[in-house]
Design a protein around this ligand. Structure first.
Ligand code: DMJ
Length: 674
């Protein structure tokens, strides 16, 4: 017998040893070792012939079976395999310089921006060199909205017609589409690609992520965005170490405060983590939501706050991630909030006991706040669209319709309170764009956008209100002639402006972007400059909660005056929010630079070394800003998210033609994106 050892002697120098047993006859007949193809073919054929018929049939059957399996599995498993492979590649992709930070998407680098020279104001960052912008996709792969579609013909702005795909909506009522004449005479056409908001919603919609096929070239995150990620992780560290699962971090006392007992910071921050690409943090937070977010509790929650932060946060996270866990939780909290609407007037109570299913106004009054009852609509309407249950939308639409008809407005400006029994405004005569009224104006515009620009009453109320602002509340300060929005109390003008009002430039710019008059954009530009000055003119470079503007030039006086009771800073987002809109719509880099300054000042005066950021009591004292020992959930939910978006040059990172942000910075889909 010829052994394999003999065969290897004459084999080519490659070190692949094959053990082959040859019969002497084969070997001798071949004249020794012969590895030619023809010889091998003949030898196989001979072996095949030696097999019994049964053996041959079994082998043939096995071949046929394997071939069929191969074809079937290729067609049915191709996609899952592809995504699995992509996923595992994604998982391996970590952020240099940020251990554990995994970014979801690879990126193309669009000329990364240079960090400003004044990193010196931010000691921790100036000492350690910021990591180079990585080639990564930021955020999840599925940020674009593609609701279920059907083709319709749409007139473009230029009058030509093109085929667009329209989201499917169950409601087909009220097909009348009226144009609205804006205050300046501009004709605003309803968006013809959309259906009006539904009053009879039947079919639930899918998350925007599910239909996302627009996988365009990813964009790299830049150094400023990296600084935001770093800030977020620092804040998250404090929350995780000392307040995990509780509402708010108390970073100095290394403990927490409870408001509703619903993990407010965690839920508010979910979509920020998703957008920043913080996969690990997102996953651990998701686990908490799955296992520990329990709504069946005997606890009073504020309808507005829990709607914008919890319901809004869950809905947007559902859209971004496509994970149905968040929709189920959203439905549950939505249902548990519904008792609030059981009032004589249908104007909801401010407080709901989500465990008992009871609701009530505050102890001292039967009034609700106007902003609160008119700034829950984006979320409840979206919940109806997603769940197929019309009751949510019906309840909040009724509130808007009712408020639309109410008397007591002053050129579109609304009072701050509304009675839950009578349904009438109370405390008439006081008008502000600040606390208790602010987001009423914001949600007029945003609901109009959400619903496809068809709900004309909303637009009318918005346009009228902005005219009211111009007529009654706009003034210019001295010496810099800053345009600001004051307040009106029983005919008396007060030059007082809450930081909260700084949402307005962003909202005005959003309106202008959606076709409203160009002078809204002009006003936005003037107001954002003012909001920036509310930071820049203060010793710490951080805005106080409220400022008073000087109306008369006085030697040595700045435009901005601060009263002792107003000099706190709660890490609020409004100015950064407006900077984000302004940058998106103008591309003017100064807005990014202003935001960068603000981020550095947050880092300088509010960052707690052991983790977290804190509100401060005194923005005028850089040597002792008097930390308050509290990190509000909106710092993670809003402020840092808007910072990250402001520093991005990727307009598809939450595209403003596809998403509308709720008042807590949770992006919700526009029902029919442009
Ligand atoms: C947030 O909860 C929301 O932005 C709300 O509209 C106003 N207050 C805080 C942020 O300042």
């Amino acid at each position: 017998m010829y052994s394999a050892a003999a065969a290897t002697v004459a084999a080519p120098p490659r070190r692949d040893f094959i053990s082959v047993t040859l019969s002497p006859e084969e070997a001798v007949g071949a004249g020794g070792y012969n590895n030619s193809k023809a010889w091998r073919r003949r030898s196989c054929w001979r072996k095949w012939k030696q097999l019994s018929r049964l053996q041959r049939s079994v082998i043939l059957f096995l071949f046929a079976f394997l071939a069929v399996c191969g074809v079937v599995s290729y067609t049915s498993m191709g996609e899952p395999w592809k995504s699995l492979i992509n996923k595992s590649l994604d998982d391996q992709r970590t952020e240099p310089g940020i251990p554990g930070l995994k970014l979801a998407n690879p990126a193309v680098l669009p000329a990364p921006q240079k960090a400003d020279a004044n990193l010196g104001d931010y000691p921790e960052l100036s000492q350690q060199k910021l990591p180079k912008p990585p080639h990564v996709r930021r955020g999840p792969s599925n940020l674009q909205i593609k609701p279920p579609r059907r083709d319709v013909r749409l007139k473009t702005r230029h009058g030509t017609s093109r085929v667009v795909e329209e989201p499917v909506q169950a409601d087909k009522e009220d097909k009348t589409e009226k144009s609205v004449i804006s205050w300046r005479g501009a004709v605003i056409e309803p968006d013809q690609s959309t259906e009006p908001p539904s009053s009879k919603i039947k079919e639930p919609e899918k998350p925007s992520s599910v239909e996302d096929a627009d996988q365009k070239e990813p964009v790299a995150i830049n150094e400023r965005q990296m600084a935001v990620i770093e800030a977020f992780r620092h804040a998250w560290k404090g929350y995780k170490d000392f307040a995990w699962g509780h509402d708010e971090l108390k970073p100095l006392s290394k403990s927490y405060s409870e408001w509703f007992g619903l993990g407010l910071t965690l839920v508010d921050a979910l979509d920020t983590m998703w957008i920043l690409g913080l996969k690990e943090e997102f996953e651990e937070a998701r686990k908490w939501v799955a296992n520990d977010l329990v709504f069946d509790k005997n606890v009073d929650v504020n309808l507005f706050e829990s709607t914008i932060r919890i319901l809004g946060g869950l809905l947007s996270t559902y859209h971004l991630s496509g994970d149905s866990l968040f929709l189920e939780k959203a439905k549950e909290i939505g249902n548990r909030l519904m008792p609030a609407f059981k009032t004589p007037s249908k104007i909801p109570y401010s407080d709901v006991n989500i465990g008992r299913g009871t609701a009530h106004p505050p102890r001292w009054t039967s009034d609700s706040t106007v902003a609160e009852v008119t700034s829950i609509q984006l979320e409840f309407r979206e919940l109806s669209r997603l769940s197929g249950d019309e009751k949510f939308q019906k309840a909040v639409d009724e509130v808007m319709k009712h408020v639309h008809t109410l008397s007591g407005k002053n050129d579109g400006l609304v009072p701050m309170f509304i009675n839950t029994n009578s349904g009438q405004f109370t405390h008439l005569g006081v008008y502000t764009l600040g606390a208790r009224a602010d987001s009423y104006y914001e949600y007029l515009l945003k609901q109009w956008i959400q619903g496809g620009k068809k709900e004309n009453e909303l637009l009318e109320d918005y346009m009228r209100a902005i005219e009211g602002v111009k007529k009654h509340l706009l003034k210019r300060s001295q010496p810099k002639k800053l345009t600001f929005v004051g307040e009106l109390a029983h005919g008396h003008f007060s030059a007082k402006m809450d930081h909260l009002v700084c949402f307005l430039p962003g909202t005005l710019a959003l309106g202008a972007h959606n076709g409203l008059t160009a002078d809204h954009m002009k006003l936005a530009e003037a107001l954002i400059e003012t909001c920036y000055q509310m930071y820049a003119q203060v010793e710490t470079g951080l805005s106080p909660e409220i400022v008073h503007f000087n109306l008369h030039a006085q030697k040595g006086h700045k435009d901005v005056e601060i009263k002792p009771a107003d000099r706190h800073n709660l890490l609020r987002p409004e100015t950064v929010e407006s900077l984000f809109y302004m940058y998106r719509f103008t591309g003017d880099k100064k807005y990014q630079d202003w935001g960068w300054e603000i981020l550095q000042n947050f880092n300088k005066y509010t960052r707690v070394p052991t983790g977290g950021y804190t509100s401060i009591n005194n923005v005028q004292n850089p040597s002792n800003p008097e930390p308050r020992d509290k990190m509000e959930s909106f710092f993670l939910g809003e402020t840092l998210k808007y910072m990250f978006l402001l520093f991005s040059d990727d307009i598809d990172l939450i595209n403003l033609d596809k998403y509308v942000f709720n008042t807590e910075a949770h992006p919700l889909p526009i029902w029919a994106p442009a």
